[in-house]
Design a protein around this ligand. Structure first.
Ligand SMILES: Nc1ncnc2c1ncn2[C@@H]1O[C@H](COP(=O)(O)OP(=O)(O)O)[C@@H](O)[C@H]1O
Ligand SMILES: [Mg+2]
Length: 257
């Protein structure tokens, strides 16, 4: 059974059909890519699966359980982590606070523990701190742990966002254009980090990306979306050589490679 399974998902914004008959099956540990021109419906697909919007039609299961109609935080706590195309960080919190906060949301102390500081609570605090440090090292933001995120360069802010998503222990991580707006140096660093997440954490990744080189290098299976419909699905080689994809997408001079 796939970890994440989307069947016949369609979504309308008023009269606009943004997504039509979309299907997806992600296996545990698989790295998937979603490409397509601006406005194709990629972010909408993320928002539908993560519970921001409710699909007009279709079913979605995570680990075999239906998730349509659940709140975004409920879907997140069932193992779906995400980052946003536009960064969503809290201005006044430090890097460490961001990552710890996300981690807290995954555990429950119970009221007694919270009031009286039981030893279980102390053990959990320590574990949270350790895990946060481990993730910050992996995302290469451990050296700025005590800084407010708004003081960091853009590339580092994106890596904090990723550390925060990973702190919730997802089974699958959704990344929406993780390198958009980055300098070439930041971009290479992000590539390395995504590879490391893929190889060391073994979780599934679903990546929206505009830069083809990056999807081709990272993903096992890629879907190409045009006007809300998947026009091709396959390995990087298959996608690169598909005439429909070349016509609809690769031929466009707006695409960065
Ligand atoms: N909340 C919304 N309300 C109305 N239309 C929307 C909304 N979000 C996205 N759209 C429209 O849906 C289409 C797909 O958008 P989007 O999913 O953001 O594309 P992509 O991420 O592929 O660039 C676009 O035509 C966009 O204008
Ligand atoms: Mg988008």
């Amino acid at each position: 059974m796939p970890l994440l399974h989307v069947e016949n998902m369609t979504h309308y914004f008023g009269g606009l059909r943004a997504v039509h008959n979309y299907n997806l099956a992600v296996e545990p540990g698989q790295v998937r890519g979603l490409i397509g021109p601006n406005g194709a419906g990629k972010t909408t697909i993320f928002n539908l699966i993560t519970g921001i919007y409710r699909p007009t039609e279709g079913s979605i299961t995570l680990d075999g359980e239906p998730i349509v109609g659940l709140q975004p935080h409920e879907i997140a706590s069932r193992g779906l982590g995400r980052t946003f195309q536009d960064l969503r960080l809290w201005r006044h919190m430090t890097v460490l606070e961001h990552v710890k906060m996300a981690r807290y949301s995954t555990i429950g102390y119970g009221l007694v523990g919270a009031f009286f500081g039981t030893s279980r609570r102390h053990r959990e605090e320590e574990a949270i701190e350790r895990k946060a440090l481990e993730l910050m090292r992996m995302m290469r933001v451990d050296d700025v742990a005590e800084q407010r995120v708004t003081n960091l360069p853009y590339g580092a802010q994106r890596r904090v966002e990723m550390a925060r998503a990973l702190a919730m222990n997802p089974k699958i991580l959704f990344l929406d254009e993780p390198t958009v707006g980055m300098t070439p140096g930041e971009l290479n660093e992000m590539m390395d980090i995504i590879k490391q997440v893929r190889d060391d954490l073994g979780l599934a990744i679903f990546l929206i990306e505009h830069r083809l080189k990056m999807v081709m290098e990272l993903c096992e299976v890629i879907q190409t979306l045009v006007f809300g419909e998947v026009i091709a699905e396959g390995s990087p080689e298959e996608i690169q050589n598909n005439p429909d994809v070349i016509e609809a997408y690769l031929g466009k001079d707006t695409v960065e490679t």
